[in-house]
Design a protein around this ligand. Structure first.
Ligand SMILES: [Zn+2]
Length: 364
């Protein structure tokens, strides 16, 4: 199997356009045409992980955190980052990172955490704005069914748990082909007026390219009349953090104990207990303190994440319980999520999970 098959599949599911502007997800080392033996999945592609890949005969490392993040100006082997890149190139190992595009996806890092805790009724905590547009297409009525099918297949017309949504109105379209045109209907230099539909679809920008390609092949006109209109709605399927509920409320202490067990935490840092039961939970894998305001606005009982700083703990204002379970701990099951996703599609391809604990933080 070629590397491209894996990168295409991952990017169809978790488009690179979902990543944050500061991120560097995607193929970092390697050529998409290279033939794959097996893959090794990890959170951090450390030197030990590269050694493990060599030992296991894996020539693709898929990591959550991109090892090349803010650019490399030389490859001398002076830093661990340079050594990892050099070692991968020397051993013909490809490096692929799937970072904030997995964080910002409804079925990504946070969905996996929510699943492990047993949350239901999950939704994105801070849905993204500016990521949706409306596609308006004009077409003859009989072309509607095949066009609908083609566009829906590529992800147009999805809103939350609903798919195949469009809105259409009937009207009259007029046109006059010149002598060079090859019109489906009408004659050169003669103005026609025909009954048409105006059909509107909601499309995420991450799917727009595929949807437009489908429009191109399924619309019957020589010149396709369509409009792309940016809209300001939030996209409930893309964004940061997640919010959900426990089926049964628990005491704060029982909940903390359970988190400690599930995530195998050496330590949990938290704000003062509020002596109330816990049911509504907000969470964000990795460094999620930037979402505290969203968690407060959502009136959750607990906000779980990693990397909270001293002063930020004060901002809870006794309105919720901040629970810092650790960056690595919160994201550790991301490797399982990726392995399961890949196994759904590539049933005969060997996928290893790293056996190395790459958490750089130790607890004494
Ligand atoms: Zn992280």
């Amino acid at each position: 199997m070629k590397l491209q098959e894996i990168t295409d599949y991952l990017e169809d599911n978790f488009p690179l356009s979902l990543q944050e502007s500061y991120d560097n997800s995607g193929l970092l080392v390697g050529n998409k045409s290279m033939e794959l033996k097996s893959a090794l999945i990890c959170l951090d592609s450390t030197e030990e992980v590269v050694d493990e890949a060599i030992r296991k005969g894996a020539n693709l490392i898929i990591s959550h955190h991109p090892i090349i993040f803010s650019g490399i100006k030389s490859l001398t082997g002076e830093t661990y980052i340079e050594r990892i890149v050099i070692r991968c190139i020397q051993n013909n190992i490809a490096l692929y990172a799937i970072h904030t595009n997995l964080d910002n996806h409804k079925q990504g890092v946070n969905a996996e955490i929510a699943k492990r805790i047993g949350l239901t009724q999950c939704r994105i905590l801070r849905p993204k704005k500016g990521v949706l547009c409306k596609l308006v297409v004009y077409l003859p009525k009989e072309a509607l069914e095949p066009l609908d099918k083609a566009l829906f297949e590529k992800g147009a017309g999805r809103i939350g748990n609903y798919s195949e949504c469009h809105f259409r109105t009937e009207g009259i379209g007029t046109f006059m082909p010149n002598e060079m045109a090859k019109p489906l209907i009408g004659k050169a230099d003669k103005r026609s007026a025909i009954s048409e539909y105006r059909v509107e679809y909601l499309v995420s920008y991450s799917k727009l390219q595929a949807v437009l390609a489908a429009l191109e092949t399924s619309h019957p006109y020589e010149e396709i009349p369509y409009e792309i209109l940016p809209i300001d709605n939030e996209n409930q399927d893309e964004g940061a953090g997640m919010i959900g509920e426990l089926d049964n409320a628990m005491s704060e202490k029982d909940f903390l104990q359970e988190l400690k067990t599930i995530f195998n935490c050496g330590i949990i840092r938290h704000t003062q207990l509020l002596n109330k039961s816990v049911k509504r939970i907000a969470l964000c894998g990795g460094s999620g303190s930037f979402l505290l305001k969203d968690a407060l606005n959502a009136k959750v009982d607990v906000f779980i994440t990693g990397d909270f700083k001293y002063h930020e703990f004060f901002d809870a204002e006794n309105k919720l319980l901040i629970v810092d379970i650790g960056h690595f701990e919160s994201e550790q099951f991301t490797t399982n999520l990726l392995a399961e996703k890949l196994k759904e599609k590539f049933t005969n391809f060997a996928i290893h999970l790293t056996e190395i604990n790459t958490n750089p933080i130790n607890y004494f």
